[in-house]
Design a protein around this ligand. Structure first.
Ligand SMILES: NC(=O)C1=CN([C@@H]2O[C@H](COP(=O)(O)OP(=O)(O)OC[C@H]3O[C@@H](n4cnc5c(N)ncnc54)[C@H](OP(=O)(O)O)[C@@H]3O)[C@@H](O)[C@H]2O)C=CC1
Ligand SMILES: O=C(O)C1=N[C@H](C(=O)O)C[C@H](O)C1
Length: 255
């Protein structure tokens, strides 16, 4: 069955990639695309419509899943609208505060919701192995460095936060230190977190584990945003028809 996809944030860096991927596949169709300020644009032949028309587009075009790459405030509004309409919601948006997280979780009681801070399959593999590395190297210093383009709003990245949760769950750490300045010797057990913003870098995450006169570096580097878009479209095709609930990208990959 063809998955009918609605896209939000259609003229953004990721929205454009999602439309490019989805229009190139035979198992899905982009039935509408919206952006805050569409200015009469089309993306890969899809007309971009005003965000204010989202609810009427949902009613008229009957998407089976919405893919969202906007911002945390708008994603919270879109997930609530999808929950009301019973449409599956896939979001890669990052930077949610507690209220945003709660909006996603509340919506998952009424519809299928999948949130992934990173839709690259390699990052999922990194999440899977980082805990094992930490468990194997107790007492080693751990630092995380993430690097993104100069227009990224949130820091640390959503992916960095996910990796940090995994690191903390697998070792005995004393807290996170975001950057260092001045007299700032490393405390035992702290996890250093560093966010670089420069140019149009797609997204890099590196975990450094050092001790015992050796170091291990686990690095993921996304070379093209199409990697994220392909994962998000895979997720939308997978989630359409799933029952209400909370899903993550690991559920998609494991099938
Ligand atoms: N999970 C993953 O794999 C990835 C996640 N991301 C995350 O995705 C999000 C978007 O990133 P990116 O594409 O680079 O950001 P952009 O700023 O390039 O794109 C966001 C788009 O959303 C639009 N927008 C904002 N509010 C609304 C609204 N209410 N309705 C419709 N459209 C709206 C913006 O429009 P306007 O320009 O008018 O503001 C813009 O076109 C970020 O949170 C980022 O961290 C990014 C890459 C991969
Ligand atoms: O904003 C981005 O560009 C990216 N954001 C995601 C994040 O915050 O982790 C994923 C990816 O690294 C690109």
């Amino acid at each position: 069955m063809t998955t009918r996809i609605g896209v939000t944030g259609a003229t953004g860096r990721m929205g454009r990639e999602v439309i490019a991927v989805a229009t190139g596949r035979e198992d899905c169709e982009v039935v509408f695309a919206v952006n805050r300020e569409p200015a009469g644009e089309t993306v890969d032949g899809i007309e971009v419509e005003p965000a204010a028309e989202f609810e009427s587009l949902v009613a008229d075009r009957e998407p089976t899943a919405v893919i969202d790459f906007t911002g945390p405030e708008s994603a919270a509004d879109y997930v609530a609208a999808c929950a009301d309409a019973g449409i599956a919601f896939v979001t890669g948006t990052t930077g949610f505060d507690d209220e945003g997280d709660e909006a996603l979780e509340a919506a998952s009681e009424d519809t299928a919701v999948l949130h992934a801070p990173n839709f690259a399959r390699g990052v999922q593999a990194l999440v899977n192995v980082v805990g094992e590395a930490v468990r194997n190297l107790p007492g080693y210093d751990v630092e995380l460095v993430e690097t993104h383009h100069n227009a990224k709003r949130d820091a640390p990245s959503g992916t960095a936060n996910r990796l940090l949760e995994e690191i903390e769950a697998n070792g005995d750490f004393g807290g996170r230190t975001h950057g260092r300045e001045g007299e700032a010797p490393r405390e035992t057990g702290e996890i250093g977190v560093h966010a670089l913003r420069a140019g149009d870098i797609t997204g890099e995450h590196e975990i450094v584990l050092a001790g015992n006169h050796e170091e291990v570096r686990l690095t993921h580097r996304a070379e093209d945003r199409g990697v994220f878009a392909a994962g998000a479209v895979d997720a939308a095709v997978w989630i359409a028809g799933q029952k209400a609930g909370w899903y993550d990208f690991a559920d998609v990959i494991s099938e």
